[in-house]
Design a protein around this ligand. Sequence first.
Ligand code: DHB
Ligand code: MG
Length: 230
Amino acid sequence: MTDPTPDAWRAVDRYFAETLVGHDPALESAVAAQSAAELPAIEVAPVNGKLLHLLAHIAGARRVLEIGTLGAYSTIWLARALPADGIVVTIEAEPRTAAVARENVDRAGVGDRVDIRLGRGEHVLPTLEGEEPFDLVFIDADKESNTIYLDWAARLGHPGTVVVVDNVGRGGDVADPHATRSDVVGTQRGLEMLGSDPRFDATALQTLDAKGWDGVAIAVVVRCGPATEA
Ligand code: DHB
Ligand code: MG
């Protein structure tokens, strides 16, 4: 067996990406446009984008909610998994970032399946109440608000809604019980909620991919609506 050195796991990620994801001009231009706009290169790794795509497909999702659009890399992956009448509602706080995302989804040919809502998640999410429930929710914004976003995922979902939370490994820091960094603590509170809130059934996997050492939590909503007293 090869030792899991950084060179070795990067080689495995490249092998998986080349073998199973392949060359994808639309996604590569989205990343290039994001970089040209000087947005941070923190979109999900190709194998992770493909995971989101497959989960949406497996779930038979028609309505997807994404919290944190950035350059729409994951948005494009999700939109491609939807039927012609499907929609990704994606929330982005920064107008300049949303403009880059709009161009990217249009260039990728999925613009008719993407609805970008401008504003902070905590302000936009309550405005979605009363719409048809979402079949999949992808949480990938400020980690400090993960518990707020998870609460809304349960309120805006239905039993069976798939919930995915990005970046739950944080380079290993998530396992530190003395963590003080707000993003790490926010991630821990989100995972604790997934483990204890009766509205969710969840697990998490570590990831070693083009974006380094991190993780992804995957949950299903088993009971929707607001939290109830135990
Ligand atoms: C950060 C945020 C992300 O969503 C991500 O995938 C990687 C890094 C960050 O805020 O540093
Ligand atoms: Mg992320």
